[in-house]
Design a protein around this ligand. Structure first.
Ligand SMILES: Cc1ncc(COP(=O)(O)O)c(C=O)c1O
Length: 390
């Protein structure tokens, strides 16, 4: 049986005293996968042209096939990109929007993706529409109602997160997909936090496009991400870098985006092997249960209620910071830095909608003590900051 918690810390290269409660920002990659990446790089450099011509195409196909099986998709429908932002950009920039068209998202959208939507809308004379959602425990029905209300005859595309960055909310994708289908509107899912965090069955999701990161929760090296496109939507979808294989099919186009280091993509297969060794079900059970206990510990210690609803979270949740002075970015940054500098706690702390909140994560190397330490440290650091939050 796999041991999780302290026993798994040695799989990663964390600083010795670091308590890592922020897997959500950039993930973390096991040493064994970094070693595999170094080996791929060494192989490439033994004869770069021969590697690119003779080894890379088949190795990429193998990695893509392993990923496709993991996310419940056909290999042909997946193309590697550098990050989820690039995957969203590929879809958005490939759309033929007309003046007056609308692209709809929600107030939980990641700001980089919001900017990409704004950019393509501005270029086309189209309109970006944002459905307002509560930040504190939005209900599934409210999410669907807010999107329904803002969807109109001009809506061409809906963009929603799979799991939102700040609120950590898991969006009700099945309900959103059926709403979009009923209205004949295409659906792009920003799955930056999806793969490796919640089970995926992309072929059954009812979406048109899904951009997912492998370098967050899957633990692949940075620069590993993918775009899945429903097979009948693939014509006209180009990668962010248009190169030699333009209009020659989805897989060839995404398979060559100019000269680049392809080793993060190749390591997706290696990271899936590492996870299989731990046991995917065991990993999910451990991280899900740990997050549940962590939220309980912090809620009780701080006398607050988590912002992320219990039935819409997995390994990540946000909680209000108790008794904080008026929320500001400066205060958030000051508190985050104090926890890191004095307590070796790496966390994400932000101010959104006037709420100062902390986002925590639970992954294979965490254990209950990590959250007990946070429970104690945060009120103390807040007191230290005291009346000088600026
Ligand atoms: C919801 C969401 N979308 C997109 C991104 C961007 O991911 P990347 O920087 O890997 O493109 C993030 C990053 O945290 C995110 O949380």
């Amino acid at each position: 049986m796999t041991e999780f918690g302290q026993a798994r810390r040695a799989d990663f290269g964390f600083e010795e005293r670091l308590v890592f409660l922020n897997h959500g920002s950039f993930g973390a990659t096991p040493n064994i996968v970094l070693a595999a990446q170094a080996e791929w790089r060494a192989r490439l450099e033994r004869n770069p042209p021969q590697f690119m011509r003779g080894v890379l195409p088949k190795a990429l196909d193998d990695s893509r096939a392993a990923l496709a099986a993991y996310v419940g998709a056909r290999t042909e429908d997946i193309g590697f990109v550098d990050n989820a932002t690039a995957g969203c950009n590929a879809v958005l920039r490939s759309l033929a929007l007309e003046p007056g068209d609308e692209v709809l998202s929600t107030s939980h959208v990641y700001n980089a993706v919001r900017n990409a939507i704004r950019y393509v809308c501005r270029r086309a004379g189209a309109r970006y529409v944002e459905a307002a959602l509560a930040f504190d425990r939005p209900r599934v029905d409210d999410v669907v109602a807010a999107l329904t209300e803002r969807m109109g005859a001009k809506t061409r595309l809906v963009v929603v997160d799979h799991i939102a960055s700040d609120s950590a909310l898991i969006f009700p994708l099945a309900r959103i997909a059926s709403l979009c289908r009923e209205r004949g509107v295409r659906l792009l899912i920003d799955g930056a936090h999806g793969p490796g965090h919640v089970p995926l069955a992309l072929d059954d999701l009812g979406a048109d496009y899904y951009a997912g990161n492998c370098h967050k929760w899957l633990c692949a090296p940075k620069g590993a991400a993918f775009l899945w496109v429903r097979r009948d939507r693939q014509i006209g979808v180009h990668p962010p870098i248009v190169s030699h294989f333009m209009d020659q099919g989805f897989a060839p186009e995404f398979g060559w985006q100019g000269t680049r280091d392809p080793t993060a993509w190749l390591c997706v297969k290696d990271v899936l092997d590492w996870r299989a060794g731990l046991g995917e079900a065991a990993l999910r059970d451990y991280c899900g249960a740990l997050l549940g206990r962590a939220v309980g510990t912090l809620e009780a210690a701080w006398n607050v209620g988590a912002l992320t609803p219990k039935d819409a979270r997995a390994f990540m949740a946000s909680l209000p910071v108790p008794g904080a002075p008026p929320a500001s970015h400066a205060l958030a940054e000051k508190l985050r830095t104090a926890l890191l500098d004095h307590d070796h706690l790496e966390t994400q702390i932000k101010a959104v909608d006037g709420v100062l909140f902390i986002r925590i994560t639970a992954f294979v190397y965490n254990s209950d003590e990590d959250y007990a330490r946070l429970a104690k440290a945060l009120p103390k650091r807040l007191r230290d900051i005291g009346s000088d939050p600026a």
